[in-house]
Design a protein around this ligand. Sequence first.
Ligand code: F6P
Length: 328
Amino acid sequence: MSSEKNTTQPIKTIGVLTSGGDAPGMNAAIRAVVRTALAKGLNVWGIRRGYHGLLREELIPMTGRDVADTIQRGGTILQTARSQQMRTEEGQLKAAGVLKKYGIQGLVVIGGDGSFAGAQKLSQYGINVIGVPGTIDLDIACTEYTIGFDTAANTAMEAIDKIRDTSTSHERCSIVEVMGRDAGYLALWCGIANGAEHILLPEDHGYDEQAIIDDIIENRNRGKKHYIIINAEGVGDSINMAKRIEEATGVETRATILGHLQRGGSPTVKDRVYASIMGAKAVDLLVEGKTNRVVGYQHGEYIDFDINDALKMHKEIPDYQVEVAKML
Ligand code: F6P
């Protein structure tokens, strides 16, 4: 499927949905999609609960007022869901049918790679689709920025600062588990921002627990009052790890799993502004007759890629950044 238009008809009606894990800044993107579309004379449908809601025809017409007072709110006003049915050909055909029934020629999908895979299929079934990267994990290869990562990293950083206070007072070791099942960006950024003694990444499961234990003992002998380990969700096992470390070092050790609090909260200025620009750009691409594209941000510019190419790209945690974190 190329990125050329599916239809020669100018786009008159579009839809917007959020899919997968929510991320702060999604509302800014929805607001930008709705207001840009209305400014260009298009009709806009909001689709509730992602593809799951689309398959159940949970569509609502959107006006400019529907997105008033939302840019500062976390979560997604359209709700979100993960849909198994949309992974099947039957589900994809049904979803395309619902969009056609409502006269929706173009769809903006705000979500991660899984959501873009669904969008790619809809493009094959004649709907013009544009993806906007929304995930706190930062794990979309074609872009240096994803909606929600900045807010989540700041939220986790502030929480870890607080944990460090009590950890220092009690002269404890603290293991803090941050989100990221498959990607360690949150862990790495918090590790650097919070000056953690150790960072455990899902990309590198082979961490050496004995080396950490030895380091804790050595640091304690040098009089260090705290020891912070940032552990990514993908490595997990923080509670048991804390028990093992306490037993081996004799240093009281506590585990804190930050969990879903990292996905909530009012978006940072960066998430509000980048999400707004990406939402507007998605509508512009639809108006230009483009389909099967995903919006990205690279080297200071907002750009777009063919979804097929974007889904084939890979992104690794940069070795240099891991080295810097270790050195500091
Ligand atoms: O949104 C991404 C993410 O937060 C991952 O970091 C995490 O592994 C996953 O979603 C958790 O998903 P759920 O909300 O379904 O538990």
